[in-house]
Write a protein that binds this ligand. Sequence first.
Ligand SMILES: NC(=O)c1ccc[n+]([C@@H]2O[C@H](COP(=O)([O-])OP(=O)(O)OC[C@H]3O[C@@H](n4cnc5c(N)ncnc54)[C@H](O)[C@@H]3O)[C@@H](O)[C@H]2O)c1
Ligand SMILES: [Zn+2]
Length: 381
Amino acid sequence: MTAPLRSDPTIVKVALDARSYDIVVGRGLIGSLGARIAALRPGAKTAVVTDEDVARYHLGVAEASLAAAGVPASRVIVPVGEGSKSFHTFQRVCEALVAERVERGDLVVALGGGVIGDLAGFAASAVRRGIDYVQVPTTLLAQVDSSVGGKTAINSVHGKNLIGAFHQPILVLADTATLDTLPPREFRAGYAELAKYGLLGDAAFFSWLEANWREVFAAGGSSGSYARERAIAVSCRAKAAIVARDERETGERALLNLGHTFGHALEAACGFSERLLHGESVAAGMALAFGFSARLGLLPAAEAERAIRHLADVGLPTRMKDIPGNLPSLDRLMDLIAQDKKVKRGTLTFILVRGIGAAFVEHGVDQAQVRAFLSEKLAEQ
Ligand SMILES: NC(=O)c1ccc[n+]([C@@H]2O[C@H](COP(=O)([O-])OP(=O)(O)OC[C@H]3O[C@@H](n4cnc5c(N)ncnc54)[C@H](O)[C@@H]3O)[C@@H](O)[C@H]2O)c1
Ligand SMILES: [Zn+2]
């Protein structure tokens, strides 16, 4: 909790030896995109990859900034939504980059949410065997999660994010002003991933969020508190520290999946649709992870309830009945959980908690106990 309460951009360092980079968090940063790129890569040209909605709101400012700094820029605009993380769109983006003669030494700029970051980052990793790229995340989820850490991917018919690469950006510019145009539901969904950092490893941050979440939701800076900037910087610092210690997810990085095993099952049961956004499924999943951990006696029930109450207070789903539409059957949920995490001798791997801010990886979770717990949750009215 060391992010300053001031309007200057906050810089979070991602320490990965030769691949280290800065995440810059602040209001109005897109206006400095061109100057920052010109300073980082003199003479480079850029290709800005974005989606139709983000283009409408933020491409003009980005292009004006690049032009003012004398950075040549082309653009690739793809349709909105998860559907763009496909081979078809990946091919389109790659071919556009090649056609624009984007070479080694030039830069791809990913301007958008997690879909654009994953798609453009993967295209950058592949074209000419790897071009550097800059992330300009425009959703809260992308600013605190997907733009940090270098995971890029598109989807397979067999599942999400199965085809991709680790490819770190050379700069992340998290302009909090872009969040002013984000639909409130998308902002709230991103907040689940933000609260996750408190819940998994930083109890002080979680307490701070309990006291200040309204300020985080209010347009950053307008209230004079910069709570939004501060919360995003703390989240980026938390993810950067974990990624620096475990870039390729051989251990600790798995903690970032708190709430994701239960969450993915619910998200898949809803067909990865508007019914339940990813962040909403993570909120419901974290509530289940806390409830299940309390059931196993790992933490007092009151502490689990405190975690769940905060997610509910901000308007995120925490109970099965908060999920619109028909709920999946218990068998279907258990199948989806088993698909997500391979079952080893009847046991599953989950991220569990010993308290707020104290998550850990548990490999030996008994399937029968998960089943009994979920059966009860599904029956709750
Ligand atoms: N690489 C990683 O480590 C990682 C981590 C988490 C999630 N992800 C991926 O991220 C994706 C989800 O990201 P997302 O939630 O940002 O989705 P998204 O990119 O689809 O953005 C959500 C919606 O908001 C719109 N939007 C974006 N910025 C806007 C703005 N400033 N104003 C108005 N509208 C705006 C988009 O057009 C879209 O309709 C998933 O594909 C997921 O797999 C990747
Ligand atoms: Zn997530």
